[in-house]
Design a protein around this ligand. Structure first.
Ligand code: UN1
Length: 499
């Protein structure tokens, strides 16, 4: 399908695509596909005020009714899955199946949030005083800014938005400047859900498009209590402290440097499949992508040989073709950063397999690369740095303690895994003395997490949790209520204060 056809199928009009200042290029072939209108930063106070207005109405709508809007969003997403998936492919370069998978992730979180809308539970707590009862009530918190990255241009918005909406919070979405079209396409779907819902307040879900000035307005506004930001550690290091300085609540999902430990007992064929998907899928541009392989010395050479063989036959090319497994990088800058990381790895004593630029059999104008395997003598600076590209660094180990120490000895703490059939090793890896990451898997790669779990990580990954489990609590304020139904007024801690 041509770019124009894909955009038309997703409901774009000529007016949407022309007359703006933000040029949008498809990573497939570098073609300029749109010039999108940007939000004027002078309009941000009015946009935020509108969100606050919407909040006043939305917070009083019963949560199950708020869930109805998210149910409708899920329905509309189901109906538009192919069209939106195609825009993800066009604008982010994901292969078709991964573009569709991203929309499926949106549908899944909608289902989750609909259920949640009837399960916003608080505790009841035993009071120390007679005739008293204590409980917790969860209340909406206010407008939630959602700042998203190019690599999951729509799913991350939906994790935040589905939860924020049932929690009673309006949303202001600032997508990556590289992916405004997927955001606009998602908003068209959201508008359809809002229309069917009927009486949602105006400005409940808003989209703002543009550069740093737009993001800063959200980050610095006291009227935006929640700022959920996904992207680089560099960005998070700016956003986190600025939101905290005004006592807002940041939810940060930043860089990862995810590892797999492969133990001697591992099912190597299964490990190879998991490694290839998680290191090479999405062209290594997931924050959960596998970047470090820590293989036991007894199986290391065998494993690397199997991987080099598997990598040699990977179909690199047009992500719209059903046979392609590795699409383009987001742009030429990403390819240059990959090349310079490989250069550095080589200078640190690494042996590189693959990693060359691919120019034939691929659409011209895109940044296509062979995924790389880099056998490293040690965990060097380059290995400890996240490069958003398909580079897999390989290290060896002798005992599990050493492997876990290597796994943890990076600044990031998002995802991790171990391949082993040894129960002691698996449990040790997940124990308090094991992986220090937000996600630790056994016999599964580090990427492709389900929405049901809380998603996020420690250290430079930022500490935020999004998506499933009780991540919704970050979008609400907790109120502790103590009720006295007696005719006495006893004070806590036995304090006497008779007047
Ligand atoms: C991201 O790359 O920002 O676990 C999110 C995964 C996906 C989400 C990745 N469900 O790989």
């Amino acid at each position: 399908m041509s770019h124009a056809d894909a955009l038309k199928a997703a409901g774009f009009t000529e007016r949407d695509l022309a007359g703006g200042t933000l040029a949008v290029h498809s990573p497939i072939d570098g073609a300029e596909v749109a010039r999108v209108r940007e939000t004027d930063s002078a309009d941000m106070p009015a946009i935020i005020a509108k969100s606050q207005e919407a909040f006043k109405a939305w917070r009083t709508v019963p949560a199950p009714r708020r869930g109805e809007l998210v149910r409708l969003l899920g329905e509309e997403l189901r109906a538009a899955k192919e069209e939106l998936g195609a825009v993800v492919t066009l604008e982010a370069g994901k292969i078709t199946s991964e573009g569709l998978g991203e929309v499926q992730e949106m549908i899944d979180i909608c289902d989750f949030a609909v259920g949640l809308s009837r399960q916003i539970y608080g505790l009841t707590i035993a009071s120390e005083r007679p005739g008293h009862r204590m409980m917790e009530t969860w209340h909406p918190l206010g407008p939630c800014a959602v700042i998203t990255a190019f690599n999951f241009p729509v799913a991350v918005w939906s994790w935040n938005t589905a939860l924020a909406l049932v929690c009673g919070d309006p949303v202001i979405w600032k997508p990556s400047e590289k992916t405004p079209l997927t955001a606009m396409a998602s908003m068209k779907i959201m508008e359809r859900a809002l229309k069917r819902f009927g009486d949602a307040p105006e400005g409940l879900v808003q989209l703002v498009i543009g550069g740093p000035a737009i993001g800063e307005a959200l980050v610095d506004s006291r009227e935006v209590p929640i700022v959920s930001a996904t992207g680089s550690t560099r960005m998070g290091a700016i956003v986190g402290p600025r939101v905290a300085a005004r006592f807002g609540r940041p939810i940060l999902e930043l860089g990862g440097n995810n590892a797999m430990i492969v133990a001697p007992s591992a099912d190597l064929d299964m490990a190879v499949r998991a490694i290839v998907f998680s290191a090479v899928g999405t062209a290594g541009q997931r924050c959960t992508s596998l970047r470090r392989l820590i293989a036991h010395n007894s199986i290391r050479d065998d494993l690397v040989a199997k991987l080099v063989k598997a990598y040699a036959s990977l179909p690199v090319g047009d992500p719209r073709k059903s046979t392609t497994l590795v699409g383009p990088l987001i742009d030429h800058g990403a390819r240059d950063r990959m090349q310079s990381a490989l250069e550095k790895a080589r200078s640190e004593g690494g042996t590189i397999h693959g990693g060359r630029t691919v120019a034939s059999g691929v659409p011209q104008g895109g940044a296509y690369v062979e995924p790389a395997i880099a056998e490293m003598p040690a965990q060097t600076d380059t290995v400890r740095t996240e490069t958003f590209a398909p580079i897999l660094y390989v290290l060896g180990y002798e005992d599990l303690e050493e492997a876990i120490a290597l796994q943890n000895d990076v600044p990031q703490g998002l995802s991790s895994c171990i391949f082993t059939l040894n129960m002691r090793e698996a449990e040790t890896f997940m124990s308090a003395a094991g992986s220090d990451c937000g996600i630790a898997n056994v016999n599964i790669g580090p990427s492709g997490a389900e929405i049901g779990g809380a998603f996020g990580g420690e250290k430079e990954t930022g500490g935020g949790r999004e998506s499933g489990s009780d991540a919704w609590k970050a979008y609400m304020r907790r109120q502790t209520n103590t009720v006295n139904y007696s005719a006495e007024l006893p004070l806590a801690q036995g304090v006497k204060f008779d007047i």
